[in-house]
Write a protein that binds this ligand. Structure first.
Ligand code: ARG
Length: 405
């Protein structure tokens, strides 16, 4: 039987060329799979037909938008996932859901190989291949751009020689990856890290410096999951989409950073993730109100580790899954409303309300009605500070001893 290869297909030049290139290099039939994670742009059926026109034996499209929002973006919100304290994992979240569908398609078609269009320098190759080996250890992976040295120039020459129905002329100066959770832009003049991003880099956000009216939104969470905006029930996908619009209109969620890739390179990335940043900002504040201090402190360490695991392509790893259990448990009481002002590129929390709140007005107040017994504080501090006090006394004795010699 002819070997089959399942290819992660975007519809662009590189993966369109990959179809024929893989077929020639391996003698296999290529099955193209395009996964919709809310990247927008072209109609998926157009993409499917293009794959067939480029020589795919079969082509499938999957609408994974709700699945992506519920099972990948929501856990990232619960984890307040910001890699290097900034980047909400946009691309890193989409790879595992794409992997899941590649593996399912490979099983369905009895394919033994999965292929993707990543280069050998980035994180995404790791996310695809580590993900695939976690879900289906028997599948092999190939990456033509990396493994068969398929450069852009060779791809264009191949497309022209075969008459592939794909535009080879206009090349965006940037490398862009986008989905409903955000948009990543790199390369081109951004590779000089002194160059500031120009306005036309952005698509999900308006310029925050332009004058406009502020927007106010109330986000309701249930156990860490966004369930309503301004009192109107929404699915996680709708929450992200609607906040992309509203926060994006206020310029919220623009990032410009130099980031540590897993492969050891530092790279400059410009991101825009208005919905993600609005949701994480709100969720983090609701945790501040509803999560007990020690749990909250420990969770900050756990979520940083979780974020690094996901960034590093270990979504399906045992540690990441075990940390999911902790993060879900920590979100048990993270229910309530957060009010935010969206304006001037920022999402600023202005109010919190929760039936699970641990904020006790009578303990916190400096006015009458105070139930906190201040007389107990003196003894508490005496004992709390005792061990460092004894150590300080020893330091003084040691100094005196040294001075006396
Ligand atoms: N550096 C980011 C990450 O590893 C984004 C990579 C996405 N690709 C791109 N062409 N910008 O998650």
């Amino acid at each position: 039987m002819t070997e089959r290869v399942v290819l992660a297909y975007s519809g662009g030049l590189d993966t369109s060329v990959c179809i024929g290139w893989i077929a020639e290099a391996t003698g296999a039939e290529v099955i193209a799979v395009a996964v919709d994670v809310g990247q927008g742009g072209e109609d998926l059926d157009v993409i499917r037909k293009r794959a067939l026109a480029c020589g795919a034996a079969d082509a499938e499209v999957v609408d994974a938008r709700d699945e992506f929002a519920q099972e990948y973006c929501v856990p990232a919100v619960k984890a307040n996932a910001l890699y290097m304290d900034q980047y909400p994992l946009v691309s890193a979240l989409s790879r595992p859901v794409i992997v899941k569908h590649l593996v399912a398609t490979a099983e369905k078609h009895n394919a033994g190989i999965v292929a993707h269009g990543c280069t050998g320098k980035g994180n995404d190759q790791v996310r695809f291949e580590a993900g695939i080996s976690s879900l289906a250890p028997g599948l092999k992976c190939i990456a033509p751009v990396r493994d068969y040295a398929m450069t852009r120039d060779k791809a264009i020459a191949f497309a022209e020689a075969k008459g592939l129905p794909i535009a080879t002329t206009k090349k965006s100066p940037y490398s862009i990856d986008q989905n409903v959770f955000g948009r990543a832009v790199e390369t081109g003049f951004l590779e000089d890290i002194w160059n500031g991003p120009v306005e036309d880099v952005y698509e999900y956000t308006r310029n925050p410096a332009e004058p406009r009216e502020a927007d106010e939104v109330v986000i309701t969470f249930e156990q860490g999951v966004p369930v309503a905006l301004d009192g109107v029930a929404v699915t996680p996908l709708q929450a992200v989409q609607q906040l992309n619009q509203r926060a994006g209109a206020q310029g919220v969620g623009r990032l410009d950073m130099v980031e540590d890739r897993l492969v050891g390179i530092k790279s400059r990335e410009v991101y825009e993730a208005p919905g993600a940043i609005a949701l994480i900002t709100a969720h983090r504040e609701l945790e501040a109100v509803t999560v007990e201090r020690e749990l909250a402190r420990f969770k900050r360490q756990v979520q940083q580790r979780w974020t690094e695991l996901v960034y590093d392509g270990l979504w399906f790893s045992p540690l990441k899954q075990a940390l999911d259990g902790f993060i879900d448990e920590a979100n048990k009481y993270v229910s309530g409303d957060i009010r935010m002002t969206l304006h001037g590129g920022r999402a600023v929390v202005t109010g919190r309300k929760s039936a699970q709140s641990l904020y006790d007005f009578n303990l916190a107040t400096y006015d009458t009605g105070d139930t906190f017994d201040q007389s107990m504080a003196k003894g508490f501090i005496e004992i709390f500070g005792l061990s460092t006090k004894i150590a300080a006394q020893r330091s003084l004795r040691a100094q005196d001893g040294a001075a006396a010699q």
